[in-house]
Design a protein around this ligand. Structure first.
Ligand SMILES: [Zn+2]
Length: 467
């Protein structure tokens, strides 16, 4: 890299515990790493970016996104979770070819970067072949985003000749871990996404043990609807398999005991407020999980239904939680969940959930320079009072001017750097056309709800409420 950058004169939010914001500070970046933060730094020979009127803060971290669904944008705007499973997991997923996955992950990762997300957990569960996995990974690398590439073990609904058995899927993940993702020092690191744990328990156990053998973080959908019998978390606890390497997704129906189990094990939760609220998964677990001592993080989940930026997710998480509490207590004396706490969920807490707390998630000398520049001089942020709160409650993705990942500008002054955006748009649109063409068009998407019964039991499949 060899680059030295002095970011001069911005409002600096470090997201370091106990550290005050700097109303006018500088950030010095050298060889991808933050080397100093403070007022009026003397930096010698370096490139200077004047950021008067701007705000610098850590890059945001999305802990749950199925990036492969980018070509399906907004198709599921009115879908329940049953509709989603029938259309996306049963019908559309098998129609994706490796080139579609590549287009999806490239466009999706760039969309995330454009919105200030510098680290992404790509829950990549559309693996019909090793080529699908390679394409997904290549696109993340090309986008130059920091990512946990969580290899999805879930099998599709039909025959899968390229990965015909459960063992072959585990083996394919091992292939990547021993080749392209052997290092944990790259921008893209290996993770494992478990199959939903309603599959036979022995299979879940095998998946978890194989992930542990690979020595990578593990993420899993969990308790997104009420289920009979022991919960996933309880089963893992009974088997002695909980741990700090586990990132549970949703947990909207987790019991207090399960939340306490997760907290005691050092595990984390990724809440995805927008999908949870829409699809009938219950309310985001945010407040209960925090009270139980669980590290809570946020994800966008699926742009096939909702938006792909964390400003929206932060705002929804905060205000839904406040609304639920206020409804319970009547007129509150004070608001329990503070805005700044939610900012911590998408920065430092998220980094720690991924085992990246020493690398990213806050601005501190010695950490990688993953940061974003917000236009604090935009009308919707002027005058800038309580900067952290303004970021959570007032900023939007359009305020993200510049984004740096490990010291390299991926977006600068409003434009993605070295990206042919028109070509990316053409590619992801072509993927949309190809995938929808293979399934008979958008009108054919909800025709296979009956096929769901053998794949998922949401425990509430019959419940409908006519709008
Ligand atoms: Zn998900």
């Amino acid at each position: 890299m060899g680059d030295r950058w002095l970011l001069r004169g911005a409002e600096v939010i470090t997201c370091e515990p106990g550290q005050e914001d700097l109303p006018r500070g500088d950030v010095l970046v050298e060889d991808g790493v933050i080397v100093a933060i403070g007022p009026e730094l003397r930096a010698g020979d370096c490139r200077v970016l004047d950021l008067s009127g701007k705000l610098v803060m850590p890059g945001l971290i999305d802990t749950h996104r199925h990036t492969w669904q980018t070509p399906l944008r907004a198709l599921g705007a009115d879908w329940t979770v049953m509709d989603y499973l029938a259309a996306v997991r049963v019908k559309l997923a098998p129609a994706f070819q490796p080139e579609d996955i590549h287009a999806a992950n490239l466009a999706g990762a760039l969309e995330a970067l454009d919105a200030g997300i510098t680290t992404l957990v790509d829950y990549s569960h559309c693996m019909a072949s090793p080529e699908h996995a390679d394409a997904a990974l290549t696109a993340l690398e090309e986008a130059r985003i920091r990512a946990l590439f969580a290899y999805g073990y879930a099998a599709g609904p039909g025959e899968c000749p390229a990965l015909p058995t459960h063992a072959s899927r585990l083996q394919d993940a091992r292939r990547l871990r021993t080749t392209r993702l052997a290092s944990d020092g790259g921008l893209v690191r290996m993770g494992i996404a478990l199959t939903e744990m309603q599959v036979p328990w022995e299979q879940s156990r095998a998946e978890l043990l194989s992930a542990r053998e690979l020595g990578v973080p593990i993420t899993a959908h969990c308790s997104a609807w009420p289920m009979p019998g022991p919960s996933e978390v309880q089963r893992l606890a009974d088997a002695g398999l909980l741990g700090p390497d586990l990132l549970f997704v949703h947990c909207t129906w987790s019991s207090r005991e399960d939340l306490e189990r997760i907290a005691a094990s050092g595990g984390s939760i990724a809440a995805t407020p927008e999908t949870e609220l829409q699809m009938g998964m219950g309310f985001p677990i945010t407040g209960q999980a925090l009270r139980a001592g669980v590290r809570v993080t946020l994800g966008c989940d699926v742009v096939s239904s909702n938006g792909g930026d964390l400003f929206t997710a932060m705002r929804l998480a905060l205000q839904v939680e406040r609304g639920r509490t206020n409804e319970r207590v009547g007129m509150p004396k004070a608001l329990e969940l503070k805005a700044a706490r939610v900012l911590q969920m998408v920065t430092l807490d998220a980094a720690e959930a991924l085992g990246l707390g020493r690398v990213t998630g806050s601005l501190r000398p010695g950490k990688d320079a993953d940061l974003l520049v917000l236009s604090a001089d935009a009308l919707n942020l002027t005058p800038l009072n309580r900067p952290r709160d303004a970021v959570v409650l007032q900023a939007h993705a359009g305020n993200v001017e510049s984004v740096m990942v490990r010291g390299r500008w991926v977006k600068l002054q409003g434009r993605l750097v070295d990206v042919d955006v028109a070509a990316v748009r053409r590619k992801v649109t072509a993927a949309r056309d190809a995938v929808l063409g293979r399934v008979g068009g958008p009108s054919a998407l909800l025709g296979e709800r009956g096929a769901l019964a053998s794949h998922w039991d949401t425990g509430r499949g019959g419940a409908t409420e006519e709008a």
